[in-house]
Design a protein around this ligand. Sequence first.
Ligand code: FAD
Length: 290
Amino acid sequence: MKDMMAEIRSEKPTISFEVFPPKKEAVFESVKGKAEQIAALHPTFMSVTYGAGGGTSKFTIDIAEGIQKKYDVPAMAHLTCVSTPRAKIEEYMAEMQKRGLTHIMALRGDIPAEAPDKSEWGFAHASDLISYVKEAAPEMTIGAACYPECHPESVHVAEDIANLKTKCDAGADFLTSQMFFDNNVFFTFLFKAREAGIDVPILPGIMPITNAKQVIRARDLSHAFMPRRFMAIVDRFGEDPDAMRKAGIAYATDQIIDLYANGISHVHVYAMNDFGVASAIMENLKGIIA
Ligand code: FAD
């Protein structure tokens, strides 16, 4: 199996993809099949998200295991710690270890809208979960999230970056960023993170937008700045599904090439279980990525 951290740290341009588990058992096989198709492209690693509330946590582990076993691609299972009791976190970790999964994305998760019963929470912050994983399973590679445009709950960037440093000091091996559509936003954030003493690899997260509806979802989820050049694509092609898909893939490819050209060696792509998008990006990057 590839050495994920060695590839991430290497100077050669590399790529990874994120997929998500289904909400319902009935579509599990179809979603697993899509994730495995993407794994067959042999990215550096794949990450599998954890459904809010943890109700689909079994699917996360099953999909990650399939990717790793069948395609020899390192698979990173996500885990969130709010609304997940400590016993469930321990159970999840034990299951990961049993299935040979040694890469974990340690997250807090979004706080549920209904009055959260904090006594049920395993941990209040991702940094607490990271400290726990570091002690309970020192063999695990730990990823954590970062926010180039500031986490919405933080008052300002300096506070968010100070909390990010706590996460790294707790044991995060690398960070993956929230999506962004203007690379300058990422470079500014990278500069500030390095200035704050954060020295782990920081992977930019790129979301290819392939239909107009996704624009609203992406903005609501990430609060990301949408540059004029990007909005012009949506305005011009938003009503034409084929054109929007092609233009969205081209925009994401352009962002990725610009990141590589400016010294970033690894990019994480939010593939949204779409093999067509993942394979088109790989094709566009032929000759560029290792
Ligand atoms: P934290 O690092 O705990 O930060 C949350 C907020 O609390 C920030 O404002 C931070 O500055 C602040 N904070 C952190 N530590 C402290 C402290 N010690 N004291 C005071 N304030 C503090 N969600 C899912 O449900 N499932 C997923 O699989 C998933 N995958 C994701 C992958 C990536 C790459 C990203 C960027 C996000 C993902 N999310 C996922 C969303 C994520 O769960 C939310 O953004 C969540 O609101 C914050 O999670 P976190 O791990 O960044 O939290």
